[in-house]
Write a protein that binds this ligand. Structure first.
Ligand code: F6R
Length: 613
């Protein structure tokens, strides 16, 4: 949802801003622009529709500046056009914005009456007009006064033409992280843009104003009191945010899954000794998650968006089986509007890779206000959801750059498995031996997943049969249905092929009418308890001529007449098949997109981090 960056220091602003924008491009790529001080208080703006690579060709090599701001846009208010590209200027103010100003229409009418006429269709330009109208030489006072008028979400980096070499910043809802280096001060939407300069950074808290100069970053409250920021350190390095020889980030991130899962699982395995026997169990003491969080619960509510919600669907199956507590999974954007029943014996689990998804954050806030217990499964350290949740389980998947989520998803699954095992042990629904056995199964899944990743060519060959498809169906039961939902979103977001996930038994209640000769159906048959029923459902689509790609347990023994291709998964217990099957579906989506000649990492209209509601 737009990437923003600001730099002031002794280096070349152009280089820092453009390389930072490339790193942030996963957040939006409709248009890009920079504004820099270029001498005598002059601010030069260069912007264009299209990707950062296009902007780079328009910024002259000799462009000289040591202070500026840059933006890569995901369009919300106003279409994709040169006029709507950021930065926006009004009077002495030039700014970039990530977020949505909800009351921009009434502000626009009010400000137009003072003779300021917007030239774009954006809410961001109205914010520039507002700050300019309130500016009388004291930047902090103008920003604080504007913040009192603005409704919605924002992260701003602001230049005042009469304050050269300074950048002012404020945020509400949308993220901003900053670091101080020998070269100067840098602020951006995400740590990936800062990583090549520093591993130490701080999150700018909401309702604080940061002022960046060459030598320091001063943070103050809205009424001017200085605040010392809390610095954090990232544990990954710059190579984690690069392609490292892979063609695309998505391909690289798919292959990083075994390592990501090791990082999520291994540090949380702790040796317990009972009656002279040792057991390795999930233990969240180091995460500050007490067993009491899982005791005395009347229900669990899981809420998230997209892929993270699909991980939650798997969590529901695990919790209901192991804890015997009712679990609901809610789309975060619907959650607040359906009067959820929340009390202190409800555990609300929010799931988010970025930790910044606006709807998930809003759901968490509602849960907190309602007195429910809160636990978040989050990848990005220090993100808003992590900071506002009473308890956090970090997935440690490392930076995920491709818009399509892969390693973050399987790390979220691993988190749910570990939490379900530990909670069932804490609630005495699993003995120590059972809990250790289940946990061992989770660790053993990692080598099985590695084997699947070595079979990329096999999946690429199958993908060749999908490139001409216009519609495609995923079917499965139980865990396979939850995974079908994930397979479907992965395929459609990067291949633009329309696809739907169906609980296999539900097809005959309407959707079977869409199955025609050669329509591809990806059928998941990894769960032995529903295998016979699943076979009947595959027969139903096969009888209508579907082109069937079967993803099945090794010993499923499904008759060859029922499929065109069969992908046999390595042996794991059924419970852990979603990990290996997820990798198969990710690779099929990846190869299909690649073979269709599409932009795998940056599919049209999408953005990685959805910080608007
Ligand atoms: C799909 C995808 C999205 C995200 C969703 C939530 O591949 O990545 O569906 O899962 O936008 O994002 P986070 O997890 O950052 O809250």
């Amino acid at each position: 949802m737009c990437g923003i960056i600001g730099f002031t220091g002794c280096g070349r602003a152009k280089d820092v801003l453009l390389s930072g924008l490339s790193a942030l491009e996963y957040r939006g790529y409709d248009s890009a622009g920079i504004s820099c001080f270029t001498g005598d208080g002059k601010i030069t703006t260069i912007k264009s529709v299209g990707k950062v690579s296009k902007l780079k060709t328009q910024v002259p090599e000799e462009f000289s500046s040591t202070c500026g701001i840059g933006h890569t846009r995901w369009a919300t208010h106003g279409g994709v056009s040169q006029a709507n590209a950021h930065p926006h200027s009004c009077g002495r103010v030039t700014l970039i914005h990530n977020g949505i100003i909800e009351n921009y229409l009434c502000l626009r009418d009010e400000l137009s009456a003072t003779g300021r006429t917007p030239v774009s269709g954006t809410d961001s330009e109205i914010a520039a007009m507002l700050i300019d109208s309130l500016y009388t030489g004291d930047a902090r006072a103008a920003i604080a006064a504007a913040a009192a008028r603005l409704e919605g979400a924002y992260a701003f980096c602001i230049l005042f033409s009469d304050q050269p070499e300074k950048i002012y910043c404020i945020r509400k809802g949308s993220p901003l992280v900053a670091c101080q280096t020998k070269m100067g001060s840098i602020i951006a939407s995400d740590m990936v843009a800062l990583l090549r300069y520093s591993k130490d950074y701080f999150v700018l808290e909401e309702d604080l104003i940061a002022c960046l100069t060459h030598d320091e970053i001063t943070v103050t409250t809205l009424d001017g009191r200085t605040v010392a920021p809390d610095y954090l350190t990232v544990t990954w390095d710059v190579s984690s945010a690069q392609k490292n020889g892979f063609n695309h980030y998505m391909e690289k991130e798919i292959h990083e899954q075994p390592d990501a899962l090791l990082r999520t699982i291994t540090p949380r395995l702790v040796k317990y000794v009972e009656n002279g026997e040792s057991y390795m169990l999930p233990d969240f003491t180091a995460d500050g998650i007490p067993d009491s969080l899982f005791l005395g619960l009347s229900r669990i509510v899981i809420t998230a968006c997209g892929t993270a919600m699909h991980a939650g669907m798997m969590g529901k199956i695990l919790f209901e089986e192991l804890l015997h507590i009712p679990v609901t999974v809610d789309i975060a954007s619907e959650f607040r509007y359906q009067n959820p029943i929340l009390s202190e014996d409800t555990l609300v689990i929010t799931v988010s890779q970025s930790g910044e998804t606006a709807d998930t954050l809003a759901a968490l806030r509602l849960a907190t206000e309602s007195g429910a217990r809160t636990l978040s499964i989050v990848n990005v350290k220090g993100s808003s959801i992590a900071r506002e949740s009473a308890h956090v389980f970090y997935t440690h998947a490392g930076p995920e750059i491709a818009v399509a989520s892969t390693k973050a998803y399987t790390a979220q699954l691993a988190a749910f498995y570990m939490i379900a095992f530990r909670a069932a042990f804490a609630a005495r629904r699993l003995s120590i031996g059972e809990c250790a056995e289940y946990t061992k199964g989770l660790s053993l899944m990692i080598p099985a997943l590695t084997k699947v990743l070595e079979r990329g060519e096999e999946f690429a060959a199958i993908s060749r049969h999908l490139i001409k498809a216009t519609d495609l169906f995923f079917i499965g039961r139980g865990m396979d249905y939850a995974l079908s939902c994930e397979g479907s979103i992965k395929l459609k977001e990067i291949t633009y092929i329309h696809s739907e996930a169906y609980a296999a038994g539900e097809l005959k209640h309407g959707t079977l009418s869409l199955i025609a000769p050669d329509v591809p159906v990806i059928a998941l048959a990894t769960q032995h308890n529903v295998l016979a029923k699943m076979v009947s459902n595959i027969k139903e689509v096969r009888a209508r001529g579907a082109f069937v790609i079967l993803v099945a347990a090794k010993d499923a023994g499904i008759e060859p007449e029922l499929y065109d291709f069969c992908i046999e998964l390595p042996e794991t217990s059924d419970r852990f098949a979603p990990f290996t099957a997820a990798a198969v579906l990710q690779l099929i989506a990846y190869h299909t997109s690649f073979l269709r000649g599409l932009d795998v990492d940056q599919p049209r209209h999408l953005a990685k981090s959805v910080t608007v509601e």
